[in-house]
Structures are given as structure tokens and as C-alpha cells.
Design a protein around this ligand. Structure first.
Ligand SMILES: [Zn+2]
Length: 80
């Protein structure tokens, strides 16, 4: 009889700095729907909110920060 053994292979997940972080803001005032679009700088997304409030009076925004994560397989030595 042959037995097979399922082994868990350990993996690690980490922020991928090369891909950066994206900042995006969305006006949540009912009926508006405007958004900053993805920005590389947080300040640019926040400036969009300030300008939008000045123009429309809308003062509540949903902020989304997106980063990238990479999963790598950990190196391991098979049991001898
Ligand atoms: Zn708005």
C-alpha cells in the first residue's frame, strides 16, 4: 500500500514596495458620485476633497488606500 502525505508549504505575505500605494477619495453625498480617481500622493487626493467641498458644499468622503502584497514560498529543507 502506498501512502501519500499532504504537506503544508509555508508562505509569507508582505507589502510590495515597488508597486507603491494608491490613494483615492469618493464623495458620499447622495446623488453626487464624484471621485478623485487613483492618486500616487495622499495630499493630491485630499486636495481634491477640499476643492470639491469648496465647489459643492459636500463634506463627507470615503477614502481608500490600496497597496500590493506579494506571497512568497518559504525555503525549506526536505526531511532526510
Ligand atoms: Zn460630491
Amino acid at each position: 500500500m502506498t501512502r501519500s502525505v499532504m504537506r503544508l508549504v509555508p508562505h509569507t505575505i508582505r507589502h510590495e514596495p515597488k508597486s507603491g500605494v494608491t490613494y483615492e477619495t469618493f464623495c458620499v453625498t447622495v446623488g453626487c458620485g464624484e471621485e478623485s480617481g487613483p492618486q500616487e500622493e495622499q495630499e493630491t487626493a485630499q486636495d481634491w476633497c477640499l476643492r470639491h467641498t469648496g465647489r459643492t458644499g459636500h463634506d463627507l468622503f470615503r477614502r481608500v488606500f490600496t497597496d500590493y502584497a506579494r506571497v512568497t514560498r518559504e525555503q525549506w529543507a526536505p526531511a532526510s
